[in-house]
Write a protein that binds this ligand. Structure first.
Ligand SMILES: [Zn+2]
Length: 57
């Protein structure tokens, strides 16, 4: 079966985004079986917020 990009809907902003074949491979490599629930922008945003929190502590 050939791999395809999977279209997902972001949990945070409700926008559609692609879970690309490359990302699927990356997830598999990391042993992650779930699909991402957020688009790249929201993931980056959350990451930035997390980093800010860590900085202020
Ligand atoms: Zn989003």
């Amino acid at each position: 079966m050939e791999k395809e990009d999977i279209k997902l809907v972001c949990k945070d902003c409700g926008e559609e985004f692609l879970f690309t074949v490359g990302e699927q491979d990356f997830y598999k490599e990391k042993g992650l079986e779930h699909q991402p629930v957020r688009c790249k922008a929201c993931r980056a945003k959350r990451k930035a917020e997390k980093m800010n929190q860590e900085k202020s502590e």
